[in-house]
Design a protein around this ligand. Structure first.
Ligand code: CU
Length: 126
């Protein structure tokens, strides 16, 4: 019975963790690492991205995100930008509109209160 309870608890925990982030990706740049995640699967249109910065030296940083898709045959360059909202504990929320499906370049800017601004480049598929 105890064993069953353990298995059940593990299952519930597992499902909870899965629901916690439908999308997750780490990216590195400027000597630091961030995690980009989303509660919901990414879709064309509005998405809320959560940026987690582990490095405590960026605790009170201003974070902004630029996403873009370079020009494609018969299609202009597409771009969206957002200032992220600080949620505490190195977490930042950014609302971004991805105007179509495909591969998007993601540039995350971290501007510490004191020191050099950092840019982290990555990409994601929608
Ligand atoms: Cu495109």
């Amino acid at each position: 019975m105890k064993k069953l309870l353990k298995i059940f608890t593990a299952l519930v925990l597992g499902v909870t963790l899965l629901q916690a982030a439908a999308f997750e990706k780490t990216a590195k740049g400027g000597g630091t690492e961030i995690m980009i995640s989303s509660d919901k699967p990414l879709t064309p249109g509005n998405n809320k991205l959560l940026i987690t910065i582990k490095d405590t030296k960026y605790k009170d940083a201003k974070v902004s995100v630029k996403v873009f898709m370079p020009e494609m045959p018969g299609m202009p360059r597409m771009e969206a930008e957002a200032d992220a909202t600080a949620m505490g504990d190195g977490m930042y929320d950014a609302d971004l509109n991805f105007s179509m499906s495909g591969t998007w370049q993601v540039w995350v800017y971290i501007a510490p209160t004191d020191g050099k601004k950092v840019r982290i480049k990555t990409s994601l598929n929608i």
